[in-house]
Design a protein around this ligand. Structure first.
Ligand SMILES: [Zn+2]
Ligand SMILES: [Zn+2]
Length: 344
């Protein structure tokens, strides 16, 4: 009877895993389609901005200075939109698959730290499991199908800047289209329009309103130091949150932004960068209860723990210089993962 139950349970788990895999692949495929759609929209709006806004304004006002100013501002915001979009798509938000570590089952019992029930890896504070990426993401904000990637600790900056610059571009383009529509100076030129101004203009108005609200929400949360998951699930850790034994201090807005942008200088936050952030995504300096940090420290003192540096040295000695330092090692039928010195 027990064997039947166990077989049924295994079958059920297998089916669940298959369903999750299908769900993840379908979602990823939709993500690729949305990425292509975004690039198409970006191309159409930029084409229209050059030929319907910049050139028409130049013909109507006959001012080189004005044309240079409009082109420079629109070029700067548009190129920053593209850079930050490509960066947020390409840069990993940070996950436990890149995070080193430890014999999950033993360590969990021994040190009482959280592990993910789905990917069965140690789950650092503020990380969440993404069913599409199928891994736990550091300081996960949300999975965005438009970028086909999760937004988390290491790519949050590019996501916020993408929202900011795309919004500014759309608002400036909308002002340009409104000027075309209501200024009689353009009457003689509108028949030269190379693209349907009305369609792109309406698209810009609608997108700028929608993006403004979404950007505002994301920037306010960033200023407060919260992720969307923490906010919507009302799991914002508070000093009274004794059950979790982990609380965060969210200081002032600049410190919260420093956690994302790696600088406290405001103008530098808005420039393209690959700057290092103060937090590693695993341990948090503003975490009041250091239970997780303490557990990691205990793990490093555990005889089962294998230091990456030692392992690389051993590998070199054996002539097997393995490139992947986070490679899983089988030891005594347990999965042992490695922890780098930098992580601690
Ligand atoms: Zn997980
Ligand atoms: Zn994801």
């Amino acid at each position: 009877m027990q064997m039947q139950d166990s077989a049924y349970l295994n079958q059920h788990q297998d089916n669940n895993q298959k369903m999750n895999k299908v769900y993840s692949q379908v979602f990823k495929l939709i993500g690729v389609c949305l990425q292509i759609l975004f690039m198409g929209l970006y191309g159409v709006i930029n084409y229209s901005m050059i030929f319907d806004i910049i050139l028409l304004h130049h013909q109507a006002y006959q001012s080189i200075a004005l044309t240079v100013i409009i082109s420079t501002i629109l070029g700067f915001t548009s190129l920053n939109t593209l850079f930050n979009y490509l960066a947020v798509c390409a840069i990993s938000p940070g996950s436990t698959f890149e995070f080193p570590v430890v014999n999950v089952e033993q360590i969990q019992q021994q040190f009482n730290i959280n592990t993910c029930s789905k990917c069965r890896k140690v789950k650092p504070p503020r990380s969440h499991h993404c069913s599409v990426c199928n891994k736990c993401i550091f300081k996960m904000d949300h999975h965005c199908p438009w970028i086909n990637n999760c937004v988390g600790h290491f790519n949050m900056r590019y996501f916020l800047l993408f929202l900011f610059y795309s919004n500014i571009t759309l608002i400036l383009a909308s002002i340009g289209y409104l000027n075309l529509t209501f200024n009689s100076i353009f009457d003689d030129y509108l028949n030269q329009v190379t693209f349907s101004v009305n369609v792109v203009a309406i698209m810009c108005y609608a997108l700028s309103v929608a993006m403004s609200m979404f950007s505002l929400m994301n920037w306010l949360l960033a200023l407060k130091g919260y992720t969307q998951i923490e906010y919507w699930n009302k799991k914002i850790p508070t000093p009274q949150d004794s059950q979790k034994q982990i609380t965060f201090e969210h200081a002032n807005c600049i410190d919260n932004l420093n956690e994302i942008f790696g600088t406290k200088v405001v103008y530098k936050m808005f420039l393209p960068s690959f700057r290092k952030q103060p937090e590693d995504g695993v341990t948090w300096k503003n975490c009041k209860s250091n239970i997780f940090q303490q557990s990691l420290q205990d793990i490093s003192n555990n005889p089962n723990y294998i230091n990456t540096t030692q392992l690389q040295y051993k590998n070199k000695e054996n002539g097997q210089n393995k490139k992947n330092q986070f490679q899983q090692i089988q030891q005594n039928d347990h999965d042992i993962f490695q922890l780098t010195d930098e992580t601690l």
